[in-house]
Design a protein around this ligand. Structure first.
Ligand code: SF4
Length: 293
């Protein structure tokens, strides 16, 4: 998903070494350092079609399949480069300040929905094994997802592996109503299913909600939509869900649709304050567009 963007981080998009197909380093605002991304959807196929998606689908994918042995090699090499400092000799990371040097996490994000990959569980196992073998045992592994497939048994098993290994699950929730969800995420998957899956996931472990708000044809989300979003968050908590963080962010890179624009910092702050008032027990973090007002 990725910010996936998504499901990807607000600032993440595949990049880095041109020769890599699946593993890419990102200097991440949210991670305050380097996040190593894993792209299991090089075909750029996703079951959402978010109007703010940062995946460039105007160009054909270079590869469509995941070559798992190559993915393993790329991850191993990336971690070794981080360890011996060669990563910071790459032109794109040469100017990274000292305080931001260091790998903060490994994140499944990329150009689609990571849990849609048939052998997601196997890749999760491999990633954990390589991370440990390369001396990064403490590094957390994050999955960014739109929550639509996480009720599948094999995806559940993969997430359980991460639960047992200080992993984190970051779930996209961009709306409070079905109508707005359809405008933003453009999918036929019912909103109720997304909410049910998020709720179930949050009952099993604390989750992070990633919520992107934007202006659509000049209009930000209405007060009623923001109130409905807060209600959904409250309902997840009321049903026994645990939310460790709500990330409220906006568009930071060119979106799929030209009528999508970032929210101004002040509007994002107001929205985040509303979420804080609704669920004072949950931390709320904001990520601005970084574009001049
Ligand atoms: S369409 Fe949406 S869910 Fe799919 S990759 Fe793009 S931002 Fe993520």
């Amino acid at each position: 998903m990725p910010a996936n963007d998504g499901p990807r981080a607000p600032d993440g998009r595949p990049g880095g070494p041109a020769e890599n197909l699946y593993v890419y380093p990102v200097l991440s605002r949210r991670a305050r350092g380097i996040s190593i991304g894993i792209n299991l959807n090089p075909d750029k196929v996703c079951n959402f079609d978010c109007i703010y998606c940062q995946v460039d689908r105007t160009t054909s994918p270079t590869v469509r399949e995941v070559d798992e042995s190559r993915l393993r090699e790329e991850l191993t090499a990336m971690l070794r480069e981080a360890k011996d400092g060669a990563l910071y000799e790459r032109p794109e990371f040469r100017d990274v300040p000292e305080g931001l040097r260091g790998v903060r996490d490994i994140t499944f994000a990329g150009d689609g929905e990571p849990p849609s990959y048939a052998n997601f569980e196997g890749v999760v196992k491999d990633v954990l094994a390589i991370r440990n073998a390369e001396g990064f045992r403490g590094l957390k592994v994050i999955v960014l997802t739109n929550a639509t497939l996480i009720d599948r048994p094999k995806v559940r098993r993969a997430l359980r592996l991460l639960d047992a290994d200080h992993g984190e699950l970051w779930l996209k929730l961009d709306a409070g109503t079905e109508a707005y969800y359809k405008v933003i995420d453009r999918t036929t998957i019912p909103f109720a299913k997304v909410i049910a899956n998020i709720t179930e996931a949050a009952r099993l472990r604390p989750i992070v909600l990633q919520s992107l708000f934007m202006r659509v044809r000049g209009e930000g989300p209405s007060p009623a939509e923001v109130a409905a979003f807060c209600e959904r968050v409250k309902e997840i908590l009321a049903q026994g869900g645990a939310i460790s963080l709500v990330q409220v962010y906006t568009v930071a890179r060119p979106p799929a649709e030209s009528y999508v624009e970032p929210l101004a910092d002040a509007d994002l702050d107001r929205l985040a304050d509303e979420v804080r008032r609704a669920v004072p027990q949950v931390p709320v973090e904001t990520f601005y567009s970084g574009r001049p007002a």
